[in-house]
Ligand binder design. Structure first.
Ligand code: CO
Length: 130
């Protein structure tokens, strides 16, 4: 397992992309909008890992509520796994509470599942099939 990406909630996506490109030399690799989840995301490569910058499209979206409650900042950590079904089974067997009982498609075309933060020391944790 390795760190696949870190998700960061932001309020101004363009400004955040500029910051990570210009100051931290990250490379913009992908952008996506998810109307249903009410967010716009940008994926930037930083060495072996990525950053997922997420800006809410609506205040009542999950990321919108996150930003309203806690402000912009660290949202989740994602770990790359070779087999998402096995990773979900292993997490469940270890007693972790899964937000996604079954894998679903993430915003960059890979299958993902979220683990509830209360099971992982307060950190919203995403498993990504790689
Ligand atoms: Co993510």
């Amino acid at each position: 397992m390795r760190i696949h990406h870190v998700g960061i909630a932001v309020t101004d996506l363009e400004q955040s992309i500029d910051l990570y490109r210009n100051v931290f030399n990250a490379e913009l690799v992908h952008r996506a909008t998810n109307e249903r989840e009410g967010l716009e995301a940008a994926f930037l490569r930083m060495g072996d890992a990525e950053l997922e910058l997420m800006a809410p499209l609506r205040d009542d979206s999950p990321v919108g509520k996150f930003v309203a409650k806690r402000g912009p900042g660290m949202h989740h950590v994602a770990y790359g796994v070779p087999d998402i079904e096995k990773a979900i089974d292993d997490a469940r067997a270890a007693g972790l509470e899964l937000i996604d009982a079954e894998p679903r498609m993430g915003m960059h075309g890979a299958r993902i599942a979220f683990v509830h933060p209360k099971s992982v020391g307060g950190v919203l944790t995403e498993l990504v099939e790689t």
